[in-house]
Design a protein around this ligand. Sequence first.
Ligand SMILES: [Zn+2]
Length: 135
Amino acid sequence: MASTARRKKKATPNVDPLVQKSQEIDRLRHFVDESTFSADERESTGEASAANQHPGDMADVVFERELMETTREILAEEATLAEEALKRKAAGQYGICAECEKPISKARLAARPQATLCIDCQRKLEQDGQHARAS
Ligand SMILES: [Zn+2]
């Protein structure tokens, strides 16, 4: 239909968006790992003079570390999802919800190529997760 005219021309037209996404996640994880390492280093070398520092500086370091931890956790989850999606693709089940087996919407897959659940099941999971998180 008319949509063919809107197709983007790229140098590498055959790159799978899912593969691309999983490579992007990998790159981000390396970046975060390196950043976290340098933050740790800075903290340990600054330990002796920590008493002379403004409390605000220490708070910044703590905040930065917490932020990095959170980012790492999110990226680890994303990487697991991407792996799962790649496996599903290999099995010919890509784009099918792992929970209810209905097709995942194209818009959702475009935004999140690593999605293995349809939006309904994802929402349900997130709601359940909030209750079950303590266990
Ligand atoms: Zn579903």
